[in-house]
Design a binder for this molecule. Structure first.
Ligand code: NAG
Ligand code: NAG
Ligand code: NAG
Length: 233
């Protein structure tokens, strides 16, 4: 009798456990310092429904930093450096996918009054116009389409590519060649998010010249960090 009861109980329990594990969604965690965001799965983000993000602050490098020799906020304008900062957390350089994520990042940008390096590089296919020079931004190379592409595919860029701080290239040269009225642009290779208040536009996405110290360029804002992302556990 007791044995039967035990068997009954364990059956009941295993059924309950199976039900529970199927009906309750797995609880997802981000590693320390990262925040969990819900995303809408799309083709362009490879059906990502959850994504962890961290905004690394060079200016508050109290722990975890493996590169304390880096001078405060001076290095993430360099894309390989920005990537490796994220790699220290087993993360990748990422970008925001919706208003909530952008609001969170913008709050930090306003606090620091500097900018953040985000995922997005000038599409090599658009170089074909003439190396770094472009006359038109239409078709595939439209600023809302694939003028820039993300190196990590957990983010659908549709939202952020609608948040340009003006016409790209926002940070590079525009000139005319002799006997030609058409504006020619040289493209800045990487993307960053800027302080909205300072630039006073509807968006704060800008391109910038990767690898060149902003302090040495006219009107360029220094960086305070890079946006890193990873999958939850
Ligand atoms: C729960 O999931 C397991 C494995 O995915 C499956 O074998 C089992 O039939 C499911 N149980 C119920 C009650 O859906
Ligand atoms: C995303 O999900 C849809 C529907 O389940 C599927 O057809 C598609 O292959 C998935 N795409 C990727 C990149 O996994
Ligand atoms: C910012 O934009 C607002 C609204 O378009 C305008 O009234 C204001 O003058 C602008 N400020 C600067 C500093 O450009």
């Amino acid at each position: 009798m007791i044995l039967k009861l035990l068997i009954f109980c364990s059956l009941l329990f295993s059924n309950f456990a199976a039900d529970a594990s199927n009906s309750t969604e797995k609880v997802l965690h981000c590693q320390k310092g990262f925040k969990l965001y819900d995303r809408v799965p799309t083709d362009r983000n490879r059906n990502t429904s959850h994504w962890c993000m961290k905004l690394d602050l060079f200016s508050q490098s109290e722990n975890l930093y493996l590169c304390p020799q880096v001078v405060e906020h001076s290095d993430v304008y360099d894309r390989p450096t920005a990537r490796s900062v994220c790699m220290d957390y087993d993360a990748v350089i990422t970008n925001v996918e919706n208003q909530k994520e952008l609001d969170d990042v913008n709050a930090l940008i306003r606090d620091n009054n500097k900018r953040v390096a985000v995922d997005g590089v000038f599409n090599p296919k658009c170089r074909s116009f003439d190396d770094w020079k472009m006359r038109k931004f239409g078709g595939l190379c439209d600023k809302r389409k694939e003028l820039f592409i993300l190196e990590d595919d957990h983010t659908d860029p549709t939202f952020i590519f609608g948040k340009w701080a003006g016409e790209p290239p926002t940070a590079s040269d525009k000139y005319k060649e002799k006997g030609d009225d058409v504006d020619i642009y040289t493209i800045a290779e990487c993307l960053s998010l800027h302080n909205l208040a300072a630039i006073n536009t509807t968006g704060n996405l800008k391109d910038f010249l990767c690898g060149e110290e902003p302090d040495k360029q006219v009107g360029e804002v220094p960086f305070f960090g890079v946006l890193c992302g990873c999958e939850p556990e």
